[in-house]
Design a protein around this ligand. Sequence first.
Ligand SMILES: NC(=O)c1ccc[n+]([C@@H]2O[C@H](COP(=O)([O-])OP(=O)(O)OC[C@H]3O[C@@H](n4cnc5c(N)ncnc54)[C@H](O)[C@@H]3O)[C@@H](O)[C@H]2O)c1
Length: 282
Amino acid sequence: MFIKKVAVVGAGTMGADIAYVVAQAGIPVVLKDVTEELLQKASTHIQELFSSRVARGRMSPEDAADRQGLIHYTTDLAPLKDVSLVIEAVTEKLSVKQAVLQEIAAVVSPLTVLASNTSALSITALSEAVSRPERVAGFHFFYPAHMMKLVEVIRGETTDEETVSTLVRFAEEIRKIPVVVKECPGFVVNRVLMAGMAEVLRFQSETGVPYGEIDQAITAHKLAPMGPFVLADALGLDVALAVSKTLTAAYGDRFRPGPQLETLVSQGHLGVKTGQGFYSYR
Ligand SMILES: NC(=O)c1ccc[n+]([C@@H]2O[C@H](COP(=O)([O-])OP(=O)(O)OC[C@H]3O[C@@H](n4cnc5c(N)ncnc54)[C@H](O)[C@@H]3O)[C@@H](O)[C@H]2O)c1
């Protein structure tokens, strides 16, 4: 199926970036969240991304304005009625995502592909929320979605071939590199990333070595482009904790992080998005 119009549901850290990527590729996109305030925040972020492209000479101001005009911000479901693909990017919680998918399925065409940007949850469990589970798949971007090329296309137990091939073609159309992966908790990349993250968190809590020293050592030795604490703050500590819990439940203690994540999240410190995480951004 050819994707003519997309909806991105959830305009947070990932959703706003994904809407930018889709509009940047010249495809109209509806961006939905629950409040005007959250949409305003997303719109400011998207404007900054386009302005930065213009400032770097990668795009004319006229093209940037045209592409920004392709994004329709809404708190309503009605504008989703004629989209051929929905990318769900709401909170990483199965019950929340299932409720959102049900709401969406009630307004879109039965042919619309329902893709989830979940980091680790079961696509099969998500698909059980709707009456056409064969149209549900994972479509997992990486942070930051406007820079990271890879997208995991995840086939659930009931996902049909047409849905997978539609998503692979769409990923290429928005200039990403799709990799089709079989379903398992955390898929491929987060299984690797979160195993490392859990070990670093345990090491830090056992030794008390400051976060900054660990981050510096890792980047200085070119083990990763950014340190794990900087990365976790940017991803969102609530997301990192939710993914750790899914993976610990599935694979056991090797994914259990040190206690710092749980403590910070319980204090409302979610990283860059709240101004405080492992580091302060105020
Ligand atoms: N943060 C990352 O680095 C990252 C990377 C890859 C995938 N993901 C996945 O992407 C998804 C979103 O993560 P995020 O980091 O953007 O989270 P976030 O907390 O920044 O944003 C989630 C957004 O969803 C909105 N939302 C909640 N319920 C909604 C509803 N019913 N309708 C519309 N919007 C609703 C929230 O208001 C919020 O703005 C999660 O599944 C996460 O696991 C995150």
